[in-house]
Design a protein around this ligand. Structure first.
Ligand code: FAD
Ligand code: NAP
Length: 318
């Protein structure tokens, strides 16, 4: 028999796990589904320094602590890739994964964001052979070598500093002459002797031999100079994209795929909520994901109360 829940949360990153805490603490039956290990992007983050209560905490450790809180009131966790969310005649929803099918009164979409590709020749060819999107996962392979970081946001600058602890030299190529990253991250990177910033410069191609990356060809967009730089690794941090494919057919996203919600985290469809990185919003952080989640958890509770009352009424009338 298909299992039914008051709410099903798609994704167990910081947002999904916090929504599970709130909803299950309000006595709802809750299922979180994730296609990987719980924790989301926190698993790819070395140190988190801007989460309240911790001067510094390792991303995976914070993920573990959040998981413990999210399951303490009975929320369940299931492994699986969510494929579809379908409306049912009685106003509830069907959630289909590659492992199972469930029904639910409410769905919370907390599927987060994923890295954007640079879209240059060589990127796909050398992915996993010198091209990486995760310094925490792959940085150790480049101990004592020269690596390149592409981008100028929080991720690029923070991860360049992390890589400088392993690599011999880190060169950051940024397409402008100003970073987008938070000031404290910039100052730390500028003070690090192993990190060199190269401004107004775009990576045009990732070069390699038949096995792995050997360097990059870059273009200075002010001087028009084109040259090559030798390196063993290229870490790409040029922004993020929404992971909203599972709800793409529901009409709740904007033209870039971010899910539109109001301040209650409600989408335009009754019973479907969204939170965290996948939402159309200004600032994508752990704190903002968990803030969204508290609101969603609370509102999912109110929705369920009404939904159940309506269902009881319908049964009484029938
Ligand atoms: P995510 O963490 O992205 O979690 C989404 C989850 O959904 C994932 O576990 C994924 O597997 C799952 N999922 C997606 N699609 C499906 C599907 N179809 N089926 C099943 N499961 C699915 N923020 C900070 O505040 N401080 C930091 O120091 C910091 N450092 C960062 C460093 C890096 C390199 C990056 C990339 C981001 C960093 N961030 C940091 C941002 C922060 O990690 C995100 O804002 C936060 O993780 C968003 O949480 P979320 O729960 O919305 O989504
Ligand atoms: P981001 O903030 O969108 O920055 C992307 C960077 O890549 C920008 O500097 C951008 O240049 C550059 N870029 C984009 N497309 C490019 C292209 N085609 N070629 C070359 N450069 C390109 O993305 P992010 O740094 O991955 O951060 C994502 C989210 O996670 C943000 O909300 C961020 O705050 C959060 N985060 C937080 C922390 C933290 O709090 N410690 C750490 C990491 C990430 P321009 O500047 O010219 O646009």
């Amino acid at each position: 028999m298909t299992q039914h829940y008051d709410t099903i949360i798609l994704g167990a990153g910081p947002g999904g796990m916090t929504a599970a805490t709130y909803a299950s603490r309000a006595n709802l039956s809750v299922l979180m589904i994730d296609r990987g290990i719980y924790g989301g992007q926190m698993n790819n983050t070395a140190e988190v320094e801007n989460y309240p209560g911790f001067s510094s905490v390792l991303g995976p450790d914070l993920a573990e602590k959040m998981y413990q809180s999210s399951t303490q009131f009975g929320a369940e966790y299931a492994f699986g890739t969510v494929l579809h969310v379908q409306a049912q005649e009685d106003g509830s929803w069907r959630v289909v994964t590659d492992m199972d099918e469930y029904t639910t009164n409410t769905v919370i979409v907390a599927t987060g964001s994923d890295y954007k590709k640079l879209a240059v020749p060589g990127e796909d060819q050398y992915s996993g052979r010198g091209v990486s999107y995760c310094a925490v996962c792959d940085g150790a392979f480049f101990r004592g070598q020269h690596v390149i970081v592409v981008g100028g946001g929080d991720s690029a600058v923070e991860e360049a500093t992390y890589l400088a602890g392993l690599a011999d030299k880190v060169t950051v190529f940024h397409r402008r002459d100003k970073l987008r990253a938070q000031q404290i991250l910039q100052e730390r990177a500028f003070a690090n002797e192993k990190i060199e910033f190269v401004w107004n410069t775009e990576v045009e191609e990732i070069l390699g031999d038949d096995k792995k990356v050997t360097g990059v060809r870059v273009h200075n967009n002010v001087t028009d100079e084109v040259y090559t730089v030798d390196a063993a690794g290229v870490f790409i941090y040029v922004g993020v994209l929404p992971v909203s494919d599972v709800v793409a057919d529901l009409g709740i996203t904007n033209d870039q795929g971010w899910i539109k919600t109001n301040e209650r985290m409600e989408t335009s469809l009754p019973g479907i909520y969204a939170l965290g990185d996948v939402r159309e919003k200004e600032l994508r952080q752990i704190t903002t994901a968990v803030g969204d989640a508290a609101i969603a958890g609370q509102n999912v509770f109110s929705y369920n109360e009404n939904f159940k009352l309506q269902q009881q009424k319908k049964i009484a009338e029938a």
